[in-house]
Ligand binder design. Structure first.
Ligand code: EPU
Length: 421
């Protein structure tokens, strides 16, 4: 298994480009099941999770592939109507987001059999709201041998009021509703930019969706959809991670393609910490302050502070000039980076869903272990600042969601390399 070795010190300087958004690419690839023909997606990040979604689609009988060479960020998915509507355990267990095929399959093929995703490192993560939404559209749901089966001759529009805000739940039910008969109203929806992006793609395919990006989405079902050609929006979490990299290293970096409107809550906190952030040249520039001020953060659904940036902000607070309080409200077990950060000299106390972070004068490099995607990014950020050598193992977590992060950081002057095991 690969490791990443970082030697702390250099202040990052220069320009770096953000890749396409993982959490938009995954539902969009799943949405290709809704139409016959070949869909082309551009700016698709080359990530392990995207590869898993391509495998899920191929297993069902689609022709899903990533092009090569200069076109390596282009993926094409061909669908010819002959689909085995089933996502097997072996793939779903490696990526929960495989469940995103459930909505499109039942809408288009009247039947879906998808391995029930289990919990994962960051929480139990049930899918009851996905199922509640599909039931409201007339799907009959059964659970047998660890698989969820959804059946419906033809879905019918209905009203769904989600009991809690769920990103992939909103996406799954939205994808089911586009081919349902009549009007569907989804209430208490997630408002993430990735949901707006999925709606944009579905509308390009011929769907009639209004309100995506707000908490009420209205969908008028259509009889059929056509394939699409679409470039995926930039990854706001990768952009936020790169901004924190600039901040923690004391640098000055232009993060190209970062979209300020997608990062408002993150930018507000980084400014409170003393960073100077400006929108510039189709991106965002961060100039680090001499010293980082402590800031309190509570993660909430978009447009609040994203849980996917909590670990990265916590690392910055580890070197702030005072105490910060960070509360995690979305996932019940998303502080696993804390034990590893302790090994680097951080002073963090966990009290239930809250971490009290006392800034320390210095972090020291250490061998540390990544436990999930965003935790692995946070350990690399800590390594940029720590004295000496940090060796991050289990970087396969990182490769699920960051496109060659170490190369991007090296291009900004970081002393970082990947070693093949
Ligand atoms: N939840 C339920 N029932 C449901 C669905 C969700 O109880 O039916 C709970 C979850 O257990 C969690 C909360 O609701 O406590 C929010 O979960 P949500 O469904 O919104 O999360 P998700 O859709 O599974 C997506 C992202 C995550 C991101 C979360 C929150 C994708 C593919 N994944 O997950 O991304 O953290 O939204 O913003 O879009 C990551 O990229 O590192 C990542 C984990």
């Amino acid at each position: 298994m690969d490791k990443i070795i970082v030697k702390g010190g250099p202040a990052l300087q220069g320009e770096v480009k953000v890749s396409g958004a993982k959490n938009a690419a995954l539902p969009i690839l799943a949405s290709s099941l809704l139409a016959d023909g070949v869909s082309t997606y551009r700016n698709v990040p080359d990530l392990v999770d995207v590869g898993t979604m391509l495998k899920v689609l191929n297993t069902m009988g689609c022709e899903a592939e990533r092009l090569t060479g200069r076109q390596k960020n282009v993926c094409q998915v061909g669908v010819n109507g002959h689909i085995t509507p089933e996502a097997p355990y072996d793939l779903v267990k490696t990526m929960r987001a495989s469940v995103l095929v459930l909505g499109p399959l039942v809408a288009r093929y009247g039947r879906a059999r998808v391995s029930m995703p289990g919990g994962c490192a960051i929480g139990a993560r049930p899918i009851d709201q996905h199922l509640k939404g599909l039931k409201a559209l007339g799907a009959e749901i059964t659970l047998t041998e660890g698989y969820v089966e959804a059946r419906a001759k033809h879905l019918k529009g209905g009203t769904v009021n989600f009991d809690l805000i769920t990103v992939t739940g909103t996406e799954n039910v939205m994808m089911a509703a586009v081919l349902a008969k009549g009007r569907t109203v989804l209430e208490n929806c997630a408002r993430e930019p990735e949901i707006e992006e999925l709606a944009r793609v579905l509308n390009k395919m011929g769907a009639k969706i209004e309100g995506a990006g707000t908490s009420v989405i209205t969908i008028d079902g259509v009889d059929s959809l056509r394939p699409v050609d679409h470039a995926i929006l930039p990854d706001r979490i990768e952009a936020g991670t790169l901004l924190v990299a600039a901040a923690i290293s004391g640098g000055d970096v232009l993060v190209k393609h970062a979209v300020p409107e997608h990062l408002e809550a993150v930018v507000m906190k980084l400014r409170e910490a003393g960073c100077v952030i400006t929108a510039e040249n189709g991106g965002m520039r961060l100039k680090a302050p001499k010293g980082i001020h402590p800031v309190d953060v509570t993660t909430t659904e978009h447009p609040g502070f994203p849980t996917d940036m909590q670990a990265q902000l916590m690392v910055l607070m580890c070197v702030a000039s005072g105490t910060s309080v960070i509360s995690e409200n979305i996932f019940e077990n998303r502080f696993m980076h804390v034990a590893e950060l302790h090994r680097m000299g951080a002073d963090i106390t966990i009290q239930g869903p809250t971490a009290v972070v006392k800034g320390v004068k210095k972090l020291s490099g250490a061998p540390v272990m990544a436990t999930d995607l965003r935790a692995s990014a946070s350990l690399i950020l800590a390594g940029l600042r720590a004295e000496g050598r940090t060796e991050v193992s289990r970087v396969y977590h990182l490769d699920r969601g960051y496109e060659r992060l170490e190369r991007k950081l090296r291009s900004l002057g970081a002393d970082i390399r990947r070693v093949k095991a």
